[in-house]
Design a binder for this molecule. Structure first.
Ligand code: ADP
Ligand code: ASP
Ligand code: MG
Length: 416
């Protein structure tokens, strides 16, 4: 009998009826002969509510309260509730099941509270339970640090819990059940003509996730790719047996016969643009700026530098996550005398829109199509960045949806 991991996100366990339906989906896999480990998220909206409580309880820095170890104690609790409820629902339909918290397995995480990484999963107890014929219902999003504190894995982290468990117990597959029936060419909430992709490569999925498509947490894709875990994304809004064969398989590029130049369009509203004016134009300035930000753990994304009109000075623009914007400005201001620039400004009304596709490696003209489509809609590009398989542009946030739809059409993604 093979082992299977089934993960259910917040909307899939949003109320007791949905939890009962999840129970039926799990029972069907058990009946089909699988040893099942289920990973659950908190009920939809619960984690936001818990985060808001911790904000209310004390001053926050960068969106995380100062007591970030206690922040984790609070926000991890939502998953405990759904794990217990699903175990009850399973028992009520005659399935032997029990709940597991991260520390009981244990899932060992580092101590970067609020955004911890999984260091290790010790699967022996879990495997023994599965082998005894019991379904394991695991609270996602949480692990335990080496000094026995609860740590959470960053928003959307239950996906990563699921893939880590799948790797540790050598599951045949990790099924991620959510509120859409697969990975689409773009967010189906923004573009109704978005198409489901039957398959997507790990690499493309990694770019899509890190560029804003929140259907899978970025780290879960990294982990699936490095540990070779086959992942399938599918809808939980079905009864067992309905819609067989639906969903999206995330797999190696070689397993995908049909080659596309562009597979998807992603967007992120979580960007802030920092502009520095009148920088001295000599070696060492960038190193000074980005060194200070790296020391403070601020992730910098897109960067452009240009000559200013005045001789010997330059301007620079770069992006950081919105929640790091205020801190970035503080750090830069604190170094103003040392760096010697005139002014720093921050703009949070920006968004990043990206096109992704492994076919870009071998095809030219992808950028031309992108810039042409945006120009035609009058969308101004503020910053550009590229990698081997993606092109991203920073634009005024008001044009996000327009840009996503224009690019989706320009690459013929609605006709796949
Ligand atoms: P869950 O609660 O199940 O973890 P999420 O809300 O984290 O679900 O992720 C699912 C959502 O991701 C969808 O409702 C959809 O709006 C969004 N999404 C963004 N980009 C895509 C995409 N390319 N394909 C599918 N869904 C996407
Ligand atoms: N409940 C957590 C969140 O909302 C983890 C998850 O849903 O994956 O971020
Ligand atoms: Mg999610």
């Amino acid at each position: 009998m093979s082992r299977l991991v089934m993960k259910f996100g917040g909307t899939s366990v949003a109320d007791l009826d949905r939890i009962r339906r999840v129970g039926r989906l799990v029972a069907a896999e058990v009946a089909a002969g699988h040893k099942v480990a289920v990973v659950v998220s908190a009920m939809a909206g619960k984690t936001n509510e818990l985060v808001a409580w911790t904000d209310g309880a004390g001053p926050a820095i960068n969106g995380l309260p100062i007591s970030d170890d206690e922040y984790d104690v609070v926000v991890a609790s939502g998953e405990q509730v759904t794990a217990g409820l699903l175990a009850i629902a399973l028992r009520n339909v005659g399935v032997n099941a029990r709940s597991w918290m991260g520390w009981q397995i244990p899932i060992i995480a580092d101590d970067a509270h609020g955004r911890a990484r999984i260091d290790d999963v010790l699967p022996d107890k879990l495997i023994a339970a599965l082998d005894s014929g019991q379904v394991a219902v695991i609270a996602g999003f949480q692990g335990v640090t080496r000094d026995d504190r609860i740590a959470t894995l960053g928003r959307g982290g239950s996906d990563t819990s699921a893939v880590a468990i799948a790797a540790a117990i050598k599951a045949v597959r990790c099924d991620i059940y959510t509120d859409v029936d697969g990975v689409y060419t773009t967010d189906p909430r923004i573009e109704s003509r978005a198409r489901r992709l039957p398959k997507i490569s790990y690499e493309e999925m990694l770019e899509m996730a890190s560029l804003g498509a929140k259907v899978l947490q970025t780290r879960s894709v990294e982990l699936a790719m490095s540990q070779n875990v086959p992942v399938r994304v599918l809808s939980s809004f079905v009864e067992p047996g309905e819609a067989p064969g639906q969903g999206t398989i995330v797999c190696d590029e070689e397993e995908i016969m049909e080659k596309r130049i562009v597979s998807g369009v992603a967007y992120s509203r979580d960007e802030a643009k920092i502009s520095l004016f009148g920088l001295p134009d000599h070696p060492g300035v960038s190193s000074e700026i980005f060194g200070a930000l790296a020391d403070a753990n601020v992730n910098v994304d897109m960067i452009v530098q240009s000559h200013a009109r005045t001789a010997d000075t330059a301007n620079m623009e770069f992006t950081v996550g919105k929640r790091d914007a205020a801190r970035t400005v503080e750090i830069i201001r604190a170094a103003q005398r040392r760096i010697g620039f005139d002014d720093v400004q921050v703009n949070e009304d920006v968004s990043k829109v990206s096109v992704i596709g492994v076919g870009m490696r071998s095809h030219t003209g992808v950028a031309k199509t992108m810039f042409g489509a945006l120009a035609e809609k009058g969308v101004n590009i503020q910053v550009i960045s590229t990698s081997e398989i993606k092109i991203s542009v920073l634009i005024d946030a008001a044009y996000t949806e327009l840009a996503v739809r224009a690019l989706h059409a320009a690459y013929g993604l609605d006709k796949l």
